[in-house]
Design a protein around this ligand. Structure first.
Ligand code: ZN
Ligand code: FE
Length: 256
């Protein structure tokens, strides 16, 4: 199996950039390009040369560096077919079920619309890692800007079905605020309380709470926990569909 290295770095206000590097193939991909300067600095620090940008969705805090980095490096930009017209510099548009090689690794495309209408996630099963942009956050999920709650729930459900040990890289460091909100919805969740305490310490030490792991999110992320009796009771949605419980949680967070 090809060796892959991952380098995560904070940028802009609360975004994360991630570089994926295959040392044997000499290939380096940036997951999104929030800011050209920050990506360039991270590349220089690692001594890696950019060959690809994998775009999750069209928002400026995920694509703002595309053109500058492409001009400098000639990198190939891959992004969602459904947002092709809105991804600066896109070379290759991909959709659900597509896969493509990245050095010696194989990247799979999962359409995860809701935050934006064409948002995609990238999954590398051989390395048990997924890059989910602004669809899933640790202890939270993205705001539903362009899709419906049902659509966003369907997208989160796809991510829920990935192997439990999948490491999850997300677009933003929102974990602490998400976790504090989560405790108002499911205060009896001791795993969540422990995770919030852990994240408080990490953040106080200036450390990231990401990447997370899917099994951990299934235990602690109230946006994924639509079958929790405590959550359903609190929201008076004991017999509702899962997507309706999700929608109610998301609406509470929007107001909070
Ligand atoms: Zn976004
Ligand atoms: Fe974002």
């Amino acid at each position: 199996m090809a060796k892959l290295e991952f380098h995560q770095f904070p940028c802009l206000d609360d975004n994360y950039g991630v570089l994926i590097h295959d040392p044997d193939a000499g290939v380096t991909a940036s997951i999104d390009a929030p800011d050209a300067d920050a990506v360039r600095e991270a590349l220089a620090e690692q001594g890696w040369k950019l060959t690809h940008i994998l775009t999750t969705h069209h928002h400026h805090d995920h694509t703002g560096g595309n053109l500058e980095l492409k001009t400098e490096t000639g990198c190939t930009i891959i992004g969602p077919k459904a947002e092709e017209a809105r991804i600066p510099g896109i070379d290759r548009a991909v959709r659900e079920g597509d896969s493509f090689p990245l050095g010696g690794a194989k990247v799979h495309v999962i359409e995860t619309p809701g935050h934006t209408a064409g948002h995609i996630s990238y999954w590398i099963p051989a390395h048990a890692v997924a890059f989910v942009g602004d669809t899933l956050f640790s202890l939270g999920c993205g705001r539903v800007f362009e899709g419906t709650y049902e659509m966003m729930w369907a997208s989160l459900s796809k991510l829920r079905r990935l192997p439990a040990a999948t490491r999850i890289y997300c677009g933003h460091e929102y974990t602490l605020a998400n976790g504090r909100f989560g405790l108002t919805i499911e205060p009896g969740n001791t795993a969540l309380a422990a995770r919030v305490a852990e994240v408080e310490q990490l953040r106080a030490a200036g450390k990231p709470s990401l990447p997370t792991r899917l099994d951990r999110e299934l235990e602690t992320n109230v946006f994924l926990r639509t079958s929790s009796p405590e959550i359903r009771k609190r929201l008076a949605l004991e017999t509702a569909e899962d997507w309706q419980v999700f929608a109610a949680v998301r609406e509470r967070k929007n107001k909070g």
